[in-house]
Design a protein around this ligand. Sequence first.
Ligand code: PGA
Length: 239
Amino acid sequence: MVAGNWKMNGNSSLVTEFENAFNEITFDFDVLICPPSPYLNLFKSDSLATGGQDVSEFDSGAHTGDISTSMLKEFGCKYVIVGHSERREDHGESNALVALKAKAAINAGLIPLICVGEPLDVRESDTVEAFISAQLDALKDNLSVAEFEQSVIAYEPIWAIGTGKTATPEQAQEVHQFIRGYFASIDSELAQGLRILYGGSVKPDNAQTLFAQPDVDGGLIGGASLKVDDFVSICQAAN
Ligand code: PGA
């Protein structure tokens, strides 16, 4: 899977550029773009799926600014990112809230891309596994094996997001292997089938070595998903 996260970037012309490119080219794995929600309805191409960048844990009601699972579905989304570090930081989203959002998404038939990842001080103090475990524990407390089977995990070290500092393929593999091992202790078949994406400064020139790691099943792409040529190159690397 290769997923693009436009964050609060892009416009309707960029949608058209992506639509035109992906009308010409298809990949036999899942490719999706998560644009800002006002642009979701402009994506029509069958070869490019869409996802929300966040979703409410509630079905409807007095939650100004939030978007529900059914709204995302009505606008054709198959996926939604939950727990992105920018949501956790800018909007104070806790591990427990992220788990509720993932559950709401799954219950509505959306596939959540659940983000986990450590900040720089955690990486430097060598406590990455404990930090990631705490994020995963909150998910485990709320989601069943069957629900995890409908989920994708994205490992995004915060120090590598938008910084140009990519985790080395070895650093990425180490954490991906740890995450797969964590799920293996819940259910071995679940762990084998689970897609674990890497995110954090993935570019055309580093995508192939990252994706070649045994436990890296694709990427969640921020900056490079805003340039159609770069995004297509990353998809080709995944191919
Ligand atoms: P980046 O963002 O590729 O710009 O580092 C990744 C993400 O935040 O999903």
